[in-house]
Ligand binder design. Structure first.
Ligand code: FE2
Ligand code: FE2
Length: 307
């Protein structure tokens, strides 16, 4: 009788021993130690007293509550994708550095969610779910959890798309938020999150540099496709930035909240500020992946043109 095909990597028998713990990718082991030494607590390491919401209009506070709640939902996505990748690292018995680092990476994402949640609470109250939920299916998830558990998809495609693509884009926006925000608490949160995210991005590039030389042309083609899908169908569809989403009631509401938050200096950004940032990041990703044999095409978006 033919054996049933494995549906996900969870259907494989687990093989844990012998445990491998010696460093195999020193750069990633270094990130693990750096993370372990740089823990912070959103409750006590942010000077919440400096927030002073009396300076802002009700409308601005409502916009900022919506923006920071949405940021918490996005971080929540990372809390669920991170363990899915961890399972993949364990099931595939990959280098132990990945497993060690991802325990802390998951914890860092939960800390980001907590910081954003607390900010929304202090601005007047965390909002549990989108007011208008019409386009959730297209952009609320980038499919990474499913990708991570799919034995037929090379892990490198998931890491390249999620980390070297999406997290890199998110990081550059954070860097920009430090410049455009004026509220000291908003700036502190963004800077604290960035300090973790710089390691998340470094992980992705280090892993890919470690792996790429042993990959076949066919596998590299799969990496290329995954990165293109992440940029074109996920990011350019509004996954991180509402103004990139097709016009609909949900995106209109989010774009409005972002502008109110941005004008108040409470942390968001807007289309005209973000276009050069987004274009610059995509160009840099394209350049950095070229030596791998990954060719990212010219992308087109109605609000940006060709880039
Ligand atoms: Fe995060
Ligand atoms: Fe992250």
């Amino acid at each position: 009788m033919a054996q049933a095909a494995e549906l996900t990597i969870i259907d494989r028998p687990e093989q844990r021993f012998p445990l491998k713990l010696a460093p195999q990718i020193p750069q990633i082991r270094g990130l693990f130690h750096a993370s372990a030494q740089n823990q912070w607590d959103p409750k006590t390491d942010i000077d919440w007293d400096l927030l002073d919401i009396s300076k802002y209009s009700d409308e601005q506070l409502m916009g900022a509550r919506e923006y920071w709640s949405r940021r918490a939902w996005a971080e929540y996505g990372a809390i669920s994708e991170s363990p899915a990748l961890q399972i993949r690292f364990c099931q595939d018995r990959l280098e132990p550095d990945l497993q060690l680092y991802f325990t802390i990476r998951s914890q860092e994402e939960s800390r980001h969610a907590e910081a954003c949640y607390l900010m929304a609470e202090k601005l007047g109250g965390y909002i549990e779910e989108p007011f208008v939920n019409v386009y959730q299916s297209s952009v609320a998830t980038h499919g990474v959890r499913k990708m991570a558990l799919d034995p037929n998809l090379p892990l490198e495609a998931t890491i390249a798309a999620l980390v070297c693509g999406a997290e890199e884009i998110a990081f550059d926006v954070f860097k920009h938020l430090v410049d455009v925000a004026t509220n000291p608490v908003a700036i502190q949160i963004v800077k604290s999150v960035m300090r973790d995210e710089v390691r998340h991005c470094a992980f992705g590039w280090a892993y890919m540099e470690h792996r790429i030389k042993d990959m076949t042309d066919a596998e590299i083609k799969v990496v290329e496709e995954a990165v293109i899908i992440m940029i074109r169908d996920v990011e350019m569809n509004g996954y991180h930035s509402a103004w990139l989403a097709p016009d609909n009631p949900a995106s209109a509401q989010e774009v409005r909240a972002d502008r109110l938050t941005y004008e108040a200096g409470l942390g968001a950004t807007v289309e005209e500020e973000e276009i050069p940032i987004f274009v610059g990041t995509v160009q840099r990703i394209r350049q950095r992946m070229q030596p791998w044999g990954v060719e990212l095409p010219i992308f087109t978006h109605p609000k940006i043109g060709d880039f």
